[in-house]
Design a protein. Structure first.
Length: 59
């Protein structure tokens, strides 16, 4: 399995889990997730972008 395939599976699991909990994902998250899958950003940057988007910056 390639790194991109592994990342895509991880993102799909996150989206599925969100749906099971009654939630959804935003277009902004999907854009960032695509960058993650394409290996343009790492998981830390994906989390940082998500935190910034929702004002969850933790000091």
């Amino acid at each position: 399995m390639t790194e991109r395939e592994s990342r895509a599976i991880g993102v799909a699991e996150v989206i599925h889990s969100s749906h099971l909990e009654g939630g959804d994902v935003t277009p902004g998250f999907l854009t960032d997730a695509r960058d993650y899958i394409k290996e343009k950003i790492d998981v830390r940057e994906l989390l940082n972008r998500t935190r910034r988007r929702y004002g969850l910056n933790i000091a």
